[in-house]
Write a protein that binds this ligand. Structure first.
Ligand SMILES: C[S@@+](CC[C@H](N)C(=O)[O-])C[C@H]1O[C@@H](n2cnc3c(N)ncnc32)[C@H](O)[C@@H]1O
Length: 166
C-alpha cells in the first residue's frame, strides 16, 4: 500500500509540476503530427526539434522518415517513456531532459510545438534568439503566435518561417 501511494505521488508530482514551466501533457493526434511533418517538408537528414516532446510521438514519426530529431521534456516519466521508445532509432533521436526555456536551442531546420496561448509570445522571442545557420520553419499545433501572420494554416497547424536576420 505504501509503495502504491508512493508511485501515485511520483506520477502526480511528475505531471503537475511541469505546469509551472509550460503546457501540461496532452499528446498531439497522430494525423495532425503526420500533417505537421508533411507541412515542414524536410529532407532526409535534416533536423526537427520538439519543444516539450511528451511521450515522443513526433520524435518517432520524424525518425521513421529518416529525419534527425531533438526533443526537450521536463516530465521525468514522459522523458523515460520517450527515451525507451526511440532507442531503436539510435543517434537519429536525441532527448534532452529539462526546461527548454533555460536551454540554448541549437540551430535546426524546423521546430514543432504544442504549447498554450500564453507561451506563444515567449516562444517567438526564444526562437528569434536561436543562432540560425539558415532559415528555420516552425509549426505550432493549435495556437498562433500573437501579432505574427502564419505563412500557412491548415487543420489547426500554424506554419511560420524564421530567417537568419529575423
Ligand atoms: C501539450 S504536450 C505536447 C507533447 C508533444 N509535443 C505532442 O505534441 O504530443 C506539452 C509537453 O511539453 C512538456 N513541457 C511543458 N513545459 C516544458 C518545459 N518548459 N520544458 C520541457 N518540457 C516542457 C510537458 O511535459 C508536455 O509533455
Amino acid at each position: 500500500m505504501t509503495y502504491f501511494l508512493f508511485v501515485v505521488f511520483v506520477v502526480v508530482i511528475s505531471f503537475s509540476f511541469v505546469v509551472l514551466f509550460g503546457a501540461p501533457y496532452l499528446p498531439v493526434m497522430t494525423d495532425s503530427a503526420e500533417q505537421a511533418i508533411d507541412l515542414l517538408d524536410l529532407k532526409e537528414g535534416q533536423t526537427i526539434i520538439d519543444l516539450g516532446s511528451g511521450e515522443g510521438k513526433i520524435l518517432r514519426l520524424a525518425a521513421k522518415r529518416n529525419l534527425n530529431v531533438i526533443g526537450y521534456e521536463l516530465n521525468p516519466i514522459l522523458f523515460l517513456i520517450s527515451y525507451l521508445s526511440t532507442r531503436r532509432y539510435g543517434r537519429r533521436v536525441k532527448i534532452v531532459y529539462g526546461n527548454f526555456w533555460s536551454k540554448e536551442i541549437p540551430s535546426a531546420d524546423a521546430v514543432f510545438v504544442f504549447l498554450l496561448p500564453k507561451y506563444m509570445e515567449k516562444l517567438d522571442k526564444k526562437i528569434s534568439k536561436i543562432k540560425l545557420n539558415h532559415g528555420l520553419k516552425l509549426v505550432s499545433y493549435s495556437f498562433q503566435i500573437p501579432g505574427k501572420k502564419p505563412y500557412l494554416e491548415s487543420n489547426n497547424l500554424f506554419f511560420y518561417q524564421y530567417n537568419q536576420s529575423s
